[in-house]
Ligand binder design. Structure first.
Ligand code: PLP
Length: 409
């Protein structure tokens, strides 16, 4: 499907952006993404304070532990504050803000908890798991055998606990990874941790998608439930800079992990990102509960409305969602067409058609706005109105919610 997108003209200001094509493309992109309604569950909008930290002097600097670089002592104060705030937020004894992405965090953890020839039990990508944990990806780099963690066959996207325990008992994997890319309901951390611990294994919880909900007390609390490690991206429901984080109560394991990362996974870990994460953690400390509550309330409302309008909402008989995501189950291969159709109407989604309410909630939208979003999606998917008319309404909804909420000021 050909995308019918609006063209944007920038205001003629006396700025270098008018003569510099890259800068004007950046401004155009910004304008487009601010006006369109973003429902991609792995993205979020950043506060001015977080953006300020990202564009700070630190963006061009190096630091380390122990410190080989001069000029870094002030950065170390920020780094320590960041990791200490992370420990408070996620109820852990140790934290590492080093990983530059959720994927790198996963690599760092697997590298430290499993050895060549051992087994990893995780969800397959067809079941909504993160592809990185499956055959051909991270396990192959470390010589691990991937075993498929089973889902119940009732469309609930919940793990089949009895079957999972029996696989863990039989195969004795050194690591079980919970958490997912399609993540609608909490996972059975306590039960699987108990089982994997019997054979000396480790329970890793990948909270990339739900980190902001965990921080706000709206999802499960993996470390208190028995996970050995919580890792994740810091930019999906958690509204920080793009990056990763690792948390654990096992201080010795965290020391090993920190010692092993340098030159194996990265050298520079991007100081500006750590500073921006510190700012975001402060925002979460102040507003995390309210934000997370709004996200989940909004996703439940959006899912309910779309279901009532006859759209293929997954897990409808199982409560639809307890997270930020609503999954629309279109038949094989239709995702891209749906994505394009919605984009022509000013609504941005991914080809899996997972709808996330994290960004719109951060823009202050409430349940009544979810009704409006559901009706815009319905108009678009049922071809009820021309895309240009729907797009006008999407832009107008966004214009009324320009402000980024849950900030320090
Ligand atoms: C469950 C899960 N883990 C890890 C990642 C990788 O995160 P990042 O993009 O921060 O590397 C993703 C990406 O979407 C994910 O869904």
């Amino acid at each position: 499907m050909e995308l019918d997108l609006p063209t944007f003209k920038l205001k003629q200001r006396k700025s270098r952006a008018n003569s510099e094509p890259v800068l004007s493309s950046i401004l155009r992109y910004e304008k487009y993404r601010r006006l369109t309604l973003n429902l991609i569950p792995s993205e979020n909008v950043l506060s001015q304070d977080v953006l300020r930290a990202l564009s700070s002097e630190m963006a061009g600097r190096y630091a380390g532990r122990p410190e080989p670089y001069g000029g870094s002592s002030m950065f170390h104060e920020i780094w320590e504050e960041c990791e200490s705030l992370a420990c408070q937020t996620f109820h852990s004894r140790a934290a590492s803000a080093s990983p530059i992405s959720g994927h790198i965090a996963a690599m760092m953890v697997l590298d430290s908890v499993a050895k060549k020839g051992e087994k990893i039990l995780a969800l397959s990508s067809e079941d909504g798991g993160y592809k990185g944990y499956t055959t051909g990806y991270i396990p192959d780099l470390f010589g691990l055998d991937f075993l498929r963690l089973p889902l119940r066959k009732d469309g609930s996207f919940r793990i089949d606990l009895d079957e999972a325990i029996s696989i863990a008992r039989r195969e004795k994997p050194s690591v079980v990874v919970l958490g997912a890319t399609v993540f609608l309901f909490p996972h059975p951390v306590r039960e699987l941790a108990e089982e994997v611990h019997k054979s000396g294994g480790c329970l890793v919880y990948d909270g990339s998608h739900v980190l902001g909900l965990i921080a706000g007390g709206e999802f499960q609390d993996p470390l208190s439930e028995g996970a050995d490690v919580l890792l994740g991206s810091t930019h999906k429901t958690f509204f920080g800079p793009q990056g990763g984080i690792i948390l654990s109560n096992d201080v010795e394991l965290m020391k090993v992990l920190e010692q092993r990362f340098l030159y194996r996974f990265m050298d520079n870990f991007h100081l500006n990102r750590v500073a921006a994460l510190c700012v975001a953690l402060k925002e979460v400390k102040l507003h995390g509960r309210k934000y997370a509550h709004a996200v989940v309330r909004n996703s439940r409302k959006l899912g309910k409305n779309l279901g009532e309008l006859g759209h293929p909402v997954a897990a409808k008989e199982h409560g639809i969602t307890e997270s930020h995501q609503v999954l629309l189950n279109f038949g094989h291969g239709r995702g891209e067409e749906v994505r394009n159709r919605l984009e022509a109407c000013g609504i941005i989604v991914d080809s899996r058609v997972r709808l996330g309410t994290n960004e719109v909630s951060r823009r202050g939208m409430k349940e009544r706005d979810m009704e409006k979003i559901a009706s815009l999606i319905d108009d678009s998917l049922s071809n009820r109105r021309p895309p240009s008319k729907i797009r006008k309404d999407s832009f107008s909804l966004m214009t009324r919610h320009k402000k980024v909420c849950f900030t320090l000021r």
